[in-house]
Design a protein around this ligand. Structure first.
Ligand code: PMP
Length: 362
């Protein structure tokens, strides 16, 4: 009998019942000349970083497992934030940090809360771990509705409450008073996803301490210009980091990535200069938006959410693509009818985008 016959009845093993409706996370990778859809840095890391990385790579012992504790990298990150290395957990992108967090503290029988619209992966990863997700709605202007937060925290026995600051896709930073208010009522752990924090003027890092059930997640994918490396981290109480260390796979961080991240932190000034430039470009685009037929949300991140008012969002997205400019189409997302999200690019890319958008909307 051929294998095909022998296994016919069970070749398509059904996925877990609770995952059947899962749609996955879609962000098309289209080949265009101006790519402003995934909030990456528009420019690479400094040449001096590339040289230092190449030099260390040439001495790497490829036949050996990497440092399992990623001690040098964790220490460098801890120094950056003035905390102890035992308060730092590192993984392959902040998405994997979030996944490890949820494998450890969410999962079947546990409930997590998100406030929508927000970063879709919070709910998605929680569901993959088998947790129940309670979605609270934000106000009409997408600020956090503290009454909704209080109601959900009172009604559901939450193990994790998610905030995202600045929030993706709205770009709104969560004011300190809101984070404190959530920490006051949330029954479990509060996670503040700060993937875009360096573009904002406030971070919840100042609220962290060993006795507070608060963690902050960060990434090298945006401000550090290293989306290709897949590196992210968490800062939190050391007891919590020790639990994550038990759950993650042995040697999950490869040796090259550990070097890449450690060396990146030698170039803080370059990073800050890049951030400053992106922030000034963001302000320029927002000023230009004020002249166009569209609504936009004032951003504290490296992207801006906007809604054309004279044409359907999808039409504008396609017309921009026809002009070789790719932005994120959020128009099908709940509460974001007709909305698009543009990542801040280089000055030249932003010029092309604004020119194309002007043509489309006029
Ligand atoms: N959090 C937020 C809010 C994001 O927007 C992203 C990237 N889209 C991530 C986390 C994940 O980033 P990475 O896995 O590249 O670190």
């Amino acid at each position: 009998m051929f294998a095909a016959d022998r296994y016919r009845d069970r070749v398509r093993i059904p996925v877990r019942d609770d995952l059947r409706a899962l749609e996955g996370y879609h962000s098309p990778q289209v080949s265009v000349s101006v790519r402003l859809n995934t909030n990456e840095s528009p420019t690479p890391p400094p040449t001096a970083w590339q040289d230092a990385f190449a030099a260390e790579l040439s001495r790497l012992e490829w036949h050996r497992y990497p440092d399992r504790g990623a001690v040098a990298l964790r220490t460098a990150i801890a120094d950056l934030h003035g905390v102890d290395p035992s308060q730092i957990f590192v993984a392959n992108g902040s998405n994997e940090v979030l996944q490890t967090l949820m494998l450890t503290f969410a999962g079947p029988g546990r409930t997590v809360a998100t406030f929508e619209p927000t970063y879709q992966m919070h709910g998605q990863i929680a569901r993959v771990t088998g947790a129940t997700v309670v979605e609270g709605e934000r106000n009409d202007d997408f600020t956090l509705d503290l009454d909704v937060v209080r109601r959900i925290c009172a009604e559901s026995s939450l193990t994790i409450t998610f905030l995202c600051s600045p929030n993706n896709p709205t770009g709104l930073v969560e004011p300190e008073a809101n984070v404190r208010a959530v920490m006051d009522v949330a029954p479990g752990l509060v996670v503040v996803d700060e993937a875009y924090a360096q573009f904002a003027d406030w971070s919840a890092i100042s609220l962290l301490d060993e006795e507070t059930p608060l963690v902050i997640t960060r990434t090298f994918s945006k401000t550090w210009s290293m989306a290709g490396a897949r590196l992210g981290y968490l800062i939190g109480p050391s007891w919590l980091v020790a639990e994550l260390d038990k759950v993650t796979l042995p040697y999950h961080l490869d040796a090259a990535k550990q070097i890449a991240g450690r060396l990146a932190l030698r170039f803080v000034e370059d990073m800050e200069a890049r951030v400053q430039h992106i922030v000034s470009e963001r302000e320029r685009i927002q000023r230009a938006f004020a002249e166009l037929a569209l609504q936009y949300w004032t951003s504290s991140a490296n992207f801006i959410l906007f809604r054309p008012t004279s044409l359907p969002g999808r039409t504008v997205w396609q017309a921009l693509l026809d002009r070789d400019v790719l932005v994120r189409d959020c128009s099908g997302w709940p509460r974001l009818a007709d909305c698009l999200r543009v990542t801040i690019g280089t000055t030249e890319e932003n010029d092309v985008f604004l020119q194309a958008l002007g043509e489309v909307l006029r």
